[in-house]
Design a protein around this ligand. Sequence first.
Ligand SMILES: Cc1cc2nc3c(=O)[nH]c(=O)nc-3n(C[C@H](O)[C@H](O)[C@H](O)COP(=O)(O)OP(=O)(O)OC[C@H]3O[C@@H](n4cnc5c(N)ncnc54)[C@H](O)[C@@H]3O)c2cc1C
Length: 370
Amino acid sequence: MKADVIIIGAGVIGTACAYYLSRRGIRVLVLERSHLCAGATGATAAIISVGGTSGTPEPLRPFNMESHRLIENLEQDFEKPMEMIRGGSLFVALNEQEVQEIRSYYEHARLMGIDGKLLDGSEARRLEPLLSPCVAAAFYNPVSYHVNPFRLCAGYLDAAAQRCGKVEYGVEVQDIIVQKGRIDRVVTNRGDFHAEWVVAAAGAWTPQLFKSVDIAVPIVPARGQAILTEACDRLTNLSLSFSNHVYLRQTESGNFYLGSQTEFAGFEDRITFEKMAAFTDVPARAVPILGRLRAIRFFAGFRPISGDELPIIGPIPGCPKIIIASGHGKTGMRYSASTGKAVSELIADGTTELSIEAFQLKRFQKNKQK
Ligand SMILES: Cc1cc2nc3c(=O)[nH]c(=O)nc-3n(C[C@H](O)[C@H](O)[C@H](O)COP(=O)(O)OP(=O)(O)OC[C@H]3O[C@@H](n4cnc5c(N)ncnc54)[C@H](O)[C@@H]3O)c2cc1C
């Protein structure tokens, strides 16, 4: 297949771009060096909410709303369900300081039009009987669901393949060669590939794609760690969040996923007891059932965090047909659909109806260009 667009990376962002481009009849080829969801997407909690916790920066709010709406309706176009569980989110407070924190989440969500609820401890336990008496209060955000990230990405790719999309695994992009502002070739361990456009969606590894093109892409890896328990009966549809960005959800198969921690430790993927202990303590006190379940998997993932924690979506200086779609940080699952839609419109129409001005690479003044 001759591709119009090469997408580098089969995480949630690359696969979403493939899906929305293929919907426009644009032939896409996804090159992934490893396997589907090999990066941050394979480690994510995959909680997709509007509002969230510490405040969605203003430029991301419409992007957040649009993506939420789009993902919610994707299954109409997917052959297999993405194991979406619609229960809303509960932000749990154990002490007075955390009660203040959840009040601010509540206010923030209100700004985004979310009709949430502040609950005292007993109301929280009525809504979520798994909670122990040590829970003092909670904020309920109804506009939130969680999905199986592997199913979401497979859905994006399968639906792209039904149209004009293809993926090749085991292909590592080593360089992108640009001549006179146009893409000459994409150099890989399996030889050269050619396309008019390239979408760089390699997550935390995106800066490494630009060896010959002399631009600085300010994205660094922020390690997150997670634990999966053995499966048990379905106990909750809510996702639960605790202080210090620790979150818990029960997957469709019945396993509990507990994840958190943001560490700037390069690409070091060791699981550390120190961090595990730090993030398991509070959930274990608040949700006693956790203490009775065996942990069966421990893993880490690297969130792609940009210099100002906003994503980078748009062309690179000097070569408008290389589009970066990365840097989504701690909330990339939320923004996959709006990112894919924006990228597809940029390529198909030369412009997008979504507001992405704040996400341009040029905002980082230090970028150099050859
Ligand atoms: C513990 C944890 C919990 C999280 N929870 C949430 C949450 O609840 N909600 C939310 O919205 N977000 C969450 N996130 C963040 C979210 O998961 C990420 O923002 C998102 O997955 C990033 O997707 P991506 O496609 O940009 O990158 P990735 O998923 O990292 O994908 C990049 C892909 O590119 C491939 N690649 C890299 N270099 C090359 C190359 N040279 N050639 C070919 N392929 C290459 C990699 O193998 C990888 O598959 C969480 C993240 C973590 C780690």
